[in-house]
Design a protein. Structure first.
Length: 111
């Protein structure tokens, strides 16, 4: 029981004292799965490139053919993505050979 309480206390301290990371790694290095949180800058439908701003730095992702793009619970069509520039966004992506491919994009309905 004491160990459980101690683990909970340590976890609470870590979560409250650590700033939220911009990129979180989820898998191996070969086909690295990660997520990035920032602000949507724009989306180019011709090149399928999604650009977000993390801090002061822009990050670009190629949108996968079967990527899920959501605004809250609503699924967005590809041509709607760019019109939501300025919203908070979380992109789950895989990285291989320096190329980032977005598999899931979640936009926050509140800016």
């Amino acid at each position: 029981m004491f160990r459980l309480l101690l683990r909970g206390a340590v976890l609470a301290v870590v979560l409250t004292t650590t700033a939220q990371p911009a990129v979180v790694r989820l898998g191996s290095q070969a086909s690295s799965e990660a997520s990035s949180i920032g602000t949507l800058v724009g989306y180019d439908t011709k090149t399928r490139v999604l650009t977000i701003r993390v801090g002061k730095e822009p990050e670009s992702f190629v949108l996968a053919q079967k990527a899920s793009v959501r605004l809250g619970s609503r699924v967005l069509r590809e041509e709607e993505i760019g019109s939501h520039a300025g919203l908070k966004v979380k992109v789950r992506f895989t990285e291989s050979g320096g190329r980032r491919v977005a598999n899931s994009v979640m936009l926050s309905p509140m800016a």
